[in-house]
Design a protein around this ligand. Sequence first.
Ligand SMILES: Nc1nc2c(ncn2[C@@H]2O[C@H](COP(=O)(O)OP(=O)(O)O)[C@@H](O)[C@H]2O)c(=O)[nH]1
Ligand SMILES: [Mg+2]
Length: 255
Amino acid sequence: MTLFIVIPFLNEAENFARLAQELREFIDHNMSKSQYLIIFVNDGSADNSVAEVHKKFADFNYRLLNHATNMGPGTAFQTAFSEILKAASENDFVLTIEADNTSNLSIVPSMLRRSKEGYDVVLASPYMYGGTITNTPFIRRFLSFFANLFLRELLDLRGLFTISSFFRLYKVSVLRHIAKNFDSMLIQRKGFEGKVELLMKLVFCKIAISEIPLVLDTSRRKGKSKMKILRTIFDLLSLYFRKRSWKEQAIVYKS
Ligand SMILES: Nc1nc2c(ncn2[C@@H]2O[C@H](COP(=O)(O)OP(=O)(O)O)[C@@H](O)[C@H]2O)c(=O)[nH]1
Ligand SMILES: [Mg+2]
């Protein structure tokens, strides 16, 4: 099987040295029997991120997709998924991670194991028991916790702990199901809410989803969060207005 590792980024030049080091360790320890391909999506970075990727990842198996201007993380994931689905086979996996080293790769083996236990999507979950968020300002944790709690009621995502994180593992077959079901659009929304859009479509198609606890340690990243909190809360709430139509369109997935 092939593991596609999707990494969208915006101005993360200073985080790539550590990312390369951690991915190297992960690959050396876990990829002996399988192949991997890293798919970077540069989303109009204004720093020297692109040069840094080519430098730090020179001896990795990677591809870099490029948005000439900033189109948002939702669009970046859509770009990566469309590219992967052209060639991937049904039993391949797609791992999506952040570029800023907050996606601690030490839990990926557990995520892969869980998926082999019969779950088609596995979320890394700071809000699950056993998970937590450290070294993050109280206000950000507070807002994030309540947004998450409230949104999973509003958007009919009950039973899941973490709904908006980037760090996830998907089976290719379920991504293909969603693409077929929703006119090739796994993610229509441009912003950070795009990941929640995809989760809603997965849940409405009754895809088996599980979670693995994550200790999300923000001190692992250099630089600041690029997410605009109020803008993202507004965008997340607006997903409510698409809930019904996505539910009506959803076709139950059979593995
Ligand atoms: N493609 C794309 N990626 C982005 C954008 N903004 C942030 N990112 C990436 O998305 C990930 C999460 O963003 P981050 O700023 O860390 O948000 P936070 O983790 O919610 O604080 C990081 O890998 C960023 O480089 C964007 O506009 N487009
Ligand atoms: Mg981050």
